[in-house]
Design a protein around this ligand. Structure first.
Ligand SMILES: [Zn+2]
Ligand SMILES: [Zn+2]
Length: 310
């Protein structure tokens, strides 16, 4: 108590000492609510391809002139995560061939309804034995009206930066525009989902093939062993959708990205502010997500880079 009071007085004294005209001191900026976790991030923006760089410790290191893969490697080398942005959105389309060729990225942003590029990438990764790529939805918000539409729900042991980042790396999260999923479990070879309301459920396997459809508050699928991967899509009305990450299936076993226990925490990994082309200050954006129950947020303003190679 005394220490924090002393620290506040010290900071106040320093702030006042730093002002040329003390009478014109601006009101203090809104401090970020203590409850929201701010993941450091930026949207690395070439003329065409956009990528999120999250959990970066040294942003200037990513602002190098480089080819796409070199750029991805520069982010991951410092412990960062790379997400491919809006691959279906012209003129920033990312070709399927590029998504299949790039290595060491963590996820692909999904638009409503169409996830065919993601399924094609997953199918290629399963066939080649490469690590899978997670799907996610984000707001990519530029104004208040764009906040709160699409998010991820991370299942992590605790609401800490480290646990949230680890869970994203492991695929322990689902994506959506509605919080439709309560639980995802693997019991023996049965993949089960428990939902927050009755919904249409699809179990999707390698090649984007729908292996089973169901309707209800729970659904299960018995994994045969030759699917390559199985993921679950849930729909409950227009643009009310949620989906799991893929479970890789091999003849010897099933990889369950949801094996760890924990609680669900909502977050948005893609938001813009006045620093680039958003219409709200960082404080306003943070306040909005905090007021709406989000546990974590990444503010990802555009940082432009020149692509100099493949
Ligand atoms: Zn973008
Ligand atoms: Zn953006």
């Amino acid at each position: 108590m005394f220490l924090s009071l002393a620290l506040s007085l010290l900071l106040l004294a320093q702030a006042l000492a730093g002002c040329v005209q003390p009478v014109a001191v601006a009101p203090p900026a809104t401090s970020p609510p203590a409850s929201i976790i701010l993941i450091p991030g930026e949207e690395d923006t070439s003329v065409r391809v956009h990528m999120l760089a999250l959990n970066i410790s040294n942003p200037t290191r990513t602002q190098i002139e480089a080819g796409y893969q070199e750029h991805i490697d520069a982010v991951t080398a410092q412990g960062g995560l790379v997400i491919m942005n809006h691959p279906d959105e012209a003129p920033w389309t990312i070709a399927l061939g590029e998504l299949m060729t790039f290595k060491n990225y963590t996820g692909i942003e999904l638009s409503y309804d169409s996830h065919s590029k993601w399924d094609a990438v997953l199918t290629g990764r399963v066939d080649s034995g490469a690590p899978l790529v997670w799907g996610l939805m984000t707001d990519d918000s530029h104004r208040e009206a764009g906040c709160g539409w699409r998010f991820i729900m991370v299942r992590a042991p605790a609401a800490t930066m480290e646990d949230i980042i680890d869970a994203i790396r492991q695929g322990s999260f689902y994506w959506g525009s509605a919080a439709l999923i309560n639980d995802i479990t693997l019991t023996g070879r049965d993949l089960n989902v428990t939902l927050s309301e009755p919904a249409d459920v699809q179990f999707i396997t390698s090649g984007g093939k729908v292996a089973k459809e169901a309707h209800g508050s729970t659904a299960s699928y018995a994994i045969q062993g030759n699917e390559g991967y199985v993921r679950v899509d849930v729909r409950a009305g227009s643009r009310r959708e949620a989906g799991t990450q893929p479970f890789r299936v091999t003849p010897t076993g099933i990889d369950n990205p949801y094996a760890a226990s924990g609680q669900w925490y909502r977050g948005n990994l893609h938001a813009h502010t006045l620093t680039s082309d958003g219409t709200q200050s960082a404080d306003q954006v943070i306040r909005w997500y905090s007021d709406h129950g989000y546990t974590f947020l990444a503010i990802t303003d555009h940082v432009h880079w020149n692509v100099t190679g493949p």
